[in-house]
Write a protein that binds this ligand. Structure first.
Ligand code: PEP
Ligand code: MG
Length: 584
């Protein structure tokens, strides 16, 4: 276990959201903030142990009374969980380790206890036995209880209670944790788990928060309250930066901000290649607070509005009227451009529509996306009616997530017809010509694109899921994150097949915001890219420096390639030749 010696340390991970954050470290793991660390004097050793013993005894009492209560309410089986908590509380391995570590480190005991338990949890997360792995959360619970029961360390506030701007280090963050981050205090985040196309990473980009994921041993190595720099460009967390490193990063920060402002100034120029091929550049949006950024970035409307964060993020589904007002506001703000609403896409790594009795083993293959909506037609129709009504106030498109074939398309058309009839009966206006599209993110839909194209007005390729499902790589599993390659020839060929179906086709997955891959997408024939508002100015610049004919020829070559590296390299070569400054 490392001791924080105050020297600069660099931890490397995967960059997932660009930017630089400079602040103090706040550490959170398993829902519990790390206590502040302070050096103790030899005379304090005894009182530190007394403090710890008292906390163990208090925790023991709490656990016994919790056990009794649960036993009374639900029976002995349910209450048995607290026996495991009690056993862990006095676990010899942990206590022996603590006895060794406290005198060695000479730090306050709660902070050493935190580190020792985190270390133990990390080992447990990687054991083969799935039962033992599932106990990690219980250990986290006990840790949290013990820390709460320790008197606060004098003059060292608990992390998380301070409003000082910070860099958040966590084992993992769920999409809803991320959505809840206060951008005024959290300047960026770094996690031990995670991957680039998880919704957590996508939200970081939407919120404009620099983020790095997949940093091995992060929680163990991080010390709360230490100064830190998070580099979301190269994926590095620097703890205790030297004055020289700080100056260097402040310079980079200033340069990047200047370059970004220059790109923003070009926001009204068309996204058009040098040989005149026009690409619609629209925004991906998740939250109402991003609305201002849509016009600031020069987006031509919204190509993907992920409605699940609005529908499920506020406790209780909003009714039709509330949804209508919400959708209408966005439509009016974006006029004359189109807003494409994607209907509820719950499940997978996002919020569940409702808590299931049994946990799903493979949630990405389970009750997710259109499957949920079609199994709850009354709820689904409220959303469809609200979107239809919003279409009376501007240009609107609706699209459906996770469609796998024609049956679902027929089903949604039938429900849309019912909604239109219902609105007419209620005397409410809607646009008869509202465009209806589907996301192409399941391989079977891409393979059937020619058939599906006869039944819808447009396709939007969700490259995040299309990649996940085509090459069977879980998009949020960091163990296979390096295998997640959207330039896999299998994925690229499915994209080509989709575009070849001949109806308007855009890309709304993260691939569209990768400056390296814009030449490939343009060359494949895509006419619309929808990306996070922060990335939009870069993508506009890229498109304006590309020659469509060159892209097309390169894409033909890419379609003959045998592996993902060759495809990426072909696209990158053209990107580097066309807009080298974006890679500085
Ligand atoms: C996708 O899968 O590419 C997509 C845009 O949808 P989401 O990331 O919300 O699943
Ligand atoms: Mg998707």
């Amino acid at each position: 276990m490392e001791i924080d010696d105050g020297f600069e340390r660099r931890l490397k991970g995967q960059p997932v959201s660009p930017g630089i954050a400079i602040g103090v470290l706040r550490v959170e793991a398993q829902g519990c903030s790390a206590p502040a660390t302070r050096t103790i004097l030899p005379v304090e050793l005894e009182s530190e142990w007394a403090r710890f013993e008292a906390a163990l005894t208090r925790t023991e009492e709490e656990l016994h009374s919790l056990k009794a209560r649960v036993e009374h309410l639900s029976g002995a089986n349910e209450a048995a969980i607290f026996d495991a908590h009690l056993l862990f509380l006095r676990d010899r391995t942990i206590l022996n380790k603590l006895r060794k570590e406290v005198p060695r480190r000479m730090q306050n005991i709660d902070s050493v206890y935190y580190a020792v338990v985190q270390n133990f949890m990390e080992v447990m997360r990687h054991v083969d036995d799935s039962y033992l792995r599932s106990r990690v959360a219980d250990i986290g619970d006990v840790l949290q209880r013990v820390l709460k029961n320790m008197a606060p360390v004098a003059a060292s506030p608990r992390a998380g209670e301070s409003a000082e701007p910070c860099v958040l280090a966590a084992y993992d963050l769920s999409p809803s944790d991320t959505a809840d981050l206060d951008p005024n205090t959290v300047l960026g985040f770094v996690t031990e788990a995670g991957s680039a196309v998880s919704h957590t990473a996508i939200l970081a980009r939407s919120l404009g928060l620099p983020a790095v994921v997949a940093v091995p041993h992060l929680v163990m190595e991080s010390r709360v309250g230490r100064p830190a720099i998070l580099d979301g460009y190269s994926g590095v967390l620097i703890i205790n930066p030297t004055a020289e490193t700080l100056d260097h990063y402040r310079e980079i920060q200033a340069e990047k901000e200047k370059a970004y402002s220059a790109l923003i100034e070009m926001k009204d120029l068309p996204a058009e290649t040098t040989d005149g091929r026009r690409i619609r550049l629209a925004a991906n949006v998740e939250f109402a607070h991003e609305y201002g950024a849509i016009s600031r970035s020069g987006a031509e409307g919204v190509g993907l509005y992920r409605t699940e964060f609005f529908l499920l993020g506020n406790g209780g589904l909003p009714d039709e009227e509330t949804q209508y007002e919400h959708y209408r506001e966005l439509v009016e703000r974006c006029a004359p451009h189109e807003v494409i609403f994607r209907t509820l896409d719950s499940g997978g790594d996002k919020l569940p529509f409702e808590v299931l009795e049994e946990k799903e083993d493979n949630p990405f293959l389970g009750w997710r996306g259109i499957r949920v909506s079609l199994s709850r037609p009354e709820v689904f129709k409220e959303q469809l009616c609200a979107i239809l009504r919003a279409s009376a106030h501007g240009k609107v498109g609706v699209m459906f997530p996770m469609v796998s074939g024609i049956t679902e398309v027929r089903d949604v058309h039938a429900l849309l017809d019912e909604c239109r009839t219902d609105l007419r009966a209620r005397g409410l206006a809607y646009d008869e010509n509202m465009r209806v599209g589907i996301m192409i993110e399941v391989p079977s839909a891409a393979m059937m694109a020619d058939v599906l194209a006869r039944h819808v007005d447009f396709f939007s390729i969700g490259t995040n899921d299309l990649t996940q499902y085509t090459i069977a790589v879980d998009r949020v599993n960091y163990r296979v994150a390096s295998m997640f390659r959207s330039t896999h020839p299998g994925v690229v060929r499915l994209m080509r097949q989709t575009i070849a179906a001949g109806i308007p086709t855009g890309i709304c997955g993260e691939m569209g915001g990768d400056i390296t891959l814009v030449p490939l997408l343009v060359g494949l024939g895509v006419r619309e890219l929808s990306v996070g508002t922060h990335l939009l100015p870069l993508i506009r610049f890229a498109i304006r420096h590309l020659n469509y004919e060159e892209c097309r020829i390169m894409a033909e070559e890419a379609l003959q390639a045998e592996d993902s590296y060759t495809i990426r390299r072909l696209s990158k070569d053209l990107a580097l030749k066309s807009y080298p400054t974006l890679f500085d």
